[in-house]
Design a protein around this ligand. Structure first.
Ligand SMILES: *Cc1c(COP(=O)(O)O)cnc(C)c1O
Length: 241
């Protein structure tokens, strides 16, 4: 018991700390803190911890694996919070994702877009907000659409009647020096701006999902509207996850 109480106090303190850092940096660069959504990345953490997080004021959770998220979402309920899928989505899990998540950050292929759209229709779901994940580092192992194929994918999403394209997402390479991450954030913003100025993407609200525990302040400076933060809120995960 004592341990759980301790954990929840730490969590609350860290969450408040992250929130105040977000607000401070946003104001420093003339942005409204309310325009930035904090997605608490709860992967690997058990439902008990998520409950503490909700009690501490978390309204958005990010999960990266369908199987793990499935159990948690069933236990906590779809309506308990907003659920964000932030990890790579395999096509055979697309149906489940449509049932479980409020928004998908990791759309990265035309075939996946078509599948999601079809499952929305089957499930009677009118709208599924999506972000297109862009692989800016050209890392073959990373998920995300290469920059050169972005426009084609965006066009395809537009033709999916149930998908609502809300913006772009990226996971830059992990670099301890956050100044080296800045160009990736900046590039994502430029791509967003280009898509918006083409005008044909009126549905896109221009969200930028970028920035994690160690680099979110730089991401805010470069225009992030959704931060995906795990460690800084929940503490370290088990190694290798
Ligand atoms: C795990 C994860 C995060 C959060 O990482 P932290 O460094 O713990 O903040 C953000 N985005 C994605 C896609 C992740 O998988």
């Amino acid at each position: 018991m004592a341990r759980v109480a301790h954990v929840s106090e730490d969590l609350r303190t860290r969450f408040e700390d992250v929130r105040s850092r977000i607000a401070t940096r946003a104001r420093q660069c003339g942005r409204a803190p309310e325009a930035i959504t904090l997605v608490a990345v709860s992967k690997t953490h058990p439902v008990e911890i998520l409950k503490k997080a909700i009690a501490a004021g978390v309204t958005d959770f990010g999960e990266n694996r369908i199987q793990e998220a499935d159990a948690k979402i069933i236990e906590l309920g779809r309506a308990a919070t907003r659920w964000h899928l932030i990890g790579h989505l395999q096509s055979n899990k697309a149906h489940r994702a449509v049932k479980l998540f409020d928004i998908i950050h990791s759309l990265d292929s035309i075939s996946l877009a078509h599948r999601l759209d079809r499952f929305c229709e089957e499930e009677g779901r009118d709208e599924l907000p999506v972000l297109v994940q862009v692989d800016l580092a050209d890392e073959a192992t990373k998920s995300g659409v290469p920059e050169a194929e972005l426009v084609k994918l965006v066009r395809a999403v537009k033709h999916c009647s149930r998908l609502r394209l809300q913006g772009l997402m990226t996971v830059p390479p992990f670099l301890a020096d956050t100044e080296q991450v800045r160009p990736f954030f900046r590039r994502l913003r430029e791509l967003r701006d280009e898509l918006q100025s083409k005008g044909s993407f009126s549905e896109m609200q221009g969200e930028l999902s970028m920035g994690m525990s160690h680099d979110f302040e730089v991401a805010i400076e470069e225009g992030a509207t959704m931060l995906r933060i795990g460690t800084a809120i929940f503490g370290e995960r088990a190694a290798g996850v």
